[in-house]
Design a protein around this ligand. Structure first.
Ligand SMILES: Cc1cc2nc3c(=O)[nH]c(=O)nc-3n(C[C@H](O)[C@H](O)[C@H](O)COP(=O)(O)O)c2cc1C
Length: 365
C-alpha cells in the first residue's frame, strides 16, 4: 500500500436487481478513491442470493464479472489496491429481497432487530455449500482483477452469527462450544485463501466483542483472532463504531437509542488484537476516524492500517484535505438540503435515503 489509509467498506444500497453496480455507485467510489487511498474496500458483495441484506452488488455468477471488473477499476482511480468484501446476511438477510421463507441462518433464532423474522436453521449440507459460495465468490474477485478479498466476519452477518453464542445454537461441527463456533469463520477464511492463492490479499473483518446479553467477549474473539493468525491472512480489520470507545456496531441498528451495553471489555480491542496477532497479519482499525490525529491515535493503539467510513461519505475529498494539511476545510456533515447531497457529494440517491433513515448515524450540517 502506498499509505496506511483505506476506504472502509460502504454499502450504497444502490445496485441493480441482478447485483451489478450502477453508474451511481461507481462514481461514488471513483471520486473517493481519486484522493489517493492506499486501498479501497468495496461494499459487501453477497455470495448467495438468499443471503442478500440490501440492494447491493453480488459475486454469485460469472454474469457479474464485467461489473466487478469495472468496480475494481473505479476503486483504483488513483492506483490504490482494490479489495472486494464478501458477505452472507444469514438471519439478517432482507425478507423483502429474498422471500421470507428463504431466510436461513446457523440456528432458528431471530435477530434483535425490530421486526426481525425467525430464520430456518441451515442443514449441514447448506453450511458446506455456503463455504463453497464464499470460495467461488473469491475466485470471481480474482478473475475480475481485484487485488484481494475481505471476508465480512463482522457486524452480525452470517460469519459473525456462526461465532456468536446468541445466534448459533447448533450441536454439530459448526456449534456447541467456543472452539466449534470458530469452525465456520475459519473455514471461510481458509476457503478464500485457497481460492486466491498465496499472493493476493486476504483480509478478515471482525466485531471484537458483542455488547448484547450473552454475547461473545473480547477474550473469545482474541482466541478466534489467534486461529485466524495461523491462516496466512494479510490483515484483520477490527470493526468498531468508535475505535476509542470500544463499542461495536449493535445488532438492533437503532442508532439514536442503542441497546444498553451489557459488556464492555477493559482493554481496547485494537491493542489486544495487535498483541495476539503479533505481526502475523496487519491490523486495520476503523470507527470514528475523522482527522489525522484520530488516525495516529489508532496507530498508537497498535493498528497498522486505518479504514475511514463516514468521514469519506460526507467529504469525498477527505484524504486530499488531510494530506494537504487543510483539515479545517473538511466537511463535517451532510448538507441540510437533501437534493444537494446526491449531486454535490456524488452519493447515490438511494444511499442518501438509506443514510437519512437512521437518525444519529451520520452527522448533518
Ligand atoms: C453507509 C454505510 C455502509 C456501510 N456498509 C458496510 C459494509 O458493506 N461492510 C462493512 O463491513 N461495514 C460497512 N459499514 C461500516 C463501515 O465500514 C465502518 O466500519 C463504520 O461506519 C465505522 O467507521 P466510520 O466511523 O469511519 O464510519 C457501513 C457504514 C456506513 C455508514
Amino acid at each position: 500500500m502506498a499509505n496506511r489509509f483505506a476506504i472502509a467498506p460502504l454499502t450504497t444500497d444502490s445496485s441493480h436487481d441482478d447485483g451489478t453496480a450502477t453508474e451511481y455507485e461507481l462514481e461514488f467510489v471513483r471520486r473517493r478513491a481519486a484522493s489517493g487511498f492506499g486501498a479501497a474496500i468495496s461494499s459487501a458483495a453477497y455470495v448467495e442470493q438468499n443471503g442478500r441484506s440490501w440492494q447491493g452488488i453480488g459475486a454469485t455468477h460469472d454474469g457479474q464479472l464485467s461489473s466487478l471488473h469495472r468496480l475494481a477499476e473505479s476503486m483504483r482511480a488513483a492506483g490504490g489496491l482494490a479489495i472486494l468484501q464478501i458477505y452472507d446476511g444469514g438471519r439478517i438477510a432482507k425478507p423483502e429481497l429474498i422471500g421470507e421463507q428463504c431466510l436461513r441462518a446457523p440456528s432458528a433464532v431471530a435477530s434483535l432487530r425490530p421486526g426481525a423474522k425467525t430464520p430456518r436453521a441451515m442443514t449441514g449440507n447448506e453450511v458446506g455449500n455456503l463455504i463453497a459460495s464464499f470460495r467461488e465468490a473469491a475466485s470471481r474477485a480474482r478473475k475480475a482483477g481485484f487485488d484481494g478479498v475481505e471476508v465480512h466476519g463482522a457486524n452480525h452477518y452470517a460469519v459473525h452469527q456462526f461465532f456468536s453464542p446468541r445466534a448459533n445454537h447448533r450441536a454439530d461441527h459448526w456449534g456447541g462450544t467456543l472452539l466449534k463456533r470458530m469452525n465456520f469463520p475459519l473455514a471461510v477464511a481458509q476457503a478464500v485463501r485457497d481460492a486466491l492463492g498465496p499472493k493476493l490479499i486476504v483480509g478478515f473483518r471482525i466485531t471484537p466483542f458483542e455488547s448484547e446479553p450473552d454475547g461473545y467477549t473480547l477474550e473469545d474473539a482474541k482466541l478466534l483472532c489467534n486461529e485466524l493468525g495461523k491462516l496466512n491472512l494479510d490483515y484483520i480489520s477490527v470493526s468498531l463504531d468508535d475505535y476509542r470507545m470500544s463499542r461495536p456496531v449493535g445488532e438492533t441498528r437503532v442508532y439514536d437509542s442503542p441497546v444498553e451495553n451489557k459488556y464492555t471489555p477493559a482493554e481496547n480491542p485494537i491493542t489486544e488484537f495487535a498483541r495476539v496477532i503479533a505481526g502475523r497479519s496487519a491490523v486495520m482499525a476503523s470507527g470514528g476516524i475523522k482527522t489525522c490525529i484520530d488516525a495516529e491515535g489508532a496507530i498508537k493503539m497498535g493498528a497498522d492500517l486505518v479504514a475511514v467510513g463516514r468521514a469519506v461519505v460526507v467529504d469525498p475529498e477527505w484524504l486530499s484535505k488531510v494530506r494537504s494539511k487543510s483539515e479545517a476545510s473538511i466537511l463535517a456533515g451532510l448538507p441540510k438540503d437533501e437534493l444537494e447531497i446526491a449531486k454535490a457529494l456524488s452519493i447515490p440517491p438511494r444511499m442518501v435515503e438509506y443514510l437519512l433513515s437512521r437518525p444519529g448515524w451520520i452527522p448533518r450540517l
